[in-house]
Design a protein around this ligand. Structure first.
Ligand code: FMN
Length: 138
């Protein structure tokens, strides 16, 4: 098939969609993320604009959860991409369970991965957290 040049583009799609969970000031908060992936055989990667509310909690507690979105809770997940914790409290958005290591896990998610954050590669105005999975749940 002939290639069509569409110019320089970040077009690595489709990609999994996740809701990242973390604790901020003692309450859970949730953020929708598409730019995520796997590093080596040990870490995930979550790319988050530094101005997002959730980054504060991840930087302080070094814990986050990766909750894999599916159609059954897509609408609620999408809201986590349109509302910022800087303006509204998102702590009540989901039924959740505290993980064994201090990251909040969404009950409705069929896969939730509790992680400890080992590093942060900062690029432009993004944090690229390097979470190390501690527990998987299906
Ligand atoms: C489909 C979709 C995907 C998104 N992916 C990302 C992403 O990969 N990284 C990011 O920093 N923000 C992403 N966002 C934007 C944040 O989810 C959004 O700005 C959110 O309100 C930030 O919440 P917070 O300030 O409470 O952390 C995405 C939004 C949507 C709708």
């Amino acid at each position: 098939m002939a290639k069509k040049n569409i110019g320089a583009s970040l077009a690595l799609y489709p990609s999994p969609l996740i809701v990242v969970g973390a604790m901020v000031e003692g309450k859970p908060t949730w953020t929708l993320v598409a730019h995520t992936g796997t590093m080596a055989h040990s870490h995930l990667m979550v790319s988050l604009v530094q101005a997002h509310y959730i980054n504060k909690g991840i930087r302080e507690n070094k814990k986050l959860s990766v909750n894999v979105v599916d159609a059954s809770w897509l609408r609620d997940a999408d809201r986590m991409g349109t509302i910022s914790g800087n303006k509204a409290d998102k702590s009540g958005a989901f039924a959740w369970t505290m993980g064994e290591h201090g990251a909040p896990l969404i009950d409705e998610a069929k896969v939730s991965i509790e992680c400890e954050v080992d590093g942060n590669y900062e690029l432009e105005h993004f944090d690229h957290f390097e979470p190390n999975p501690l527990r998987g749940r299906t």
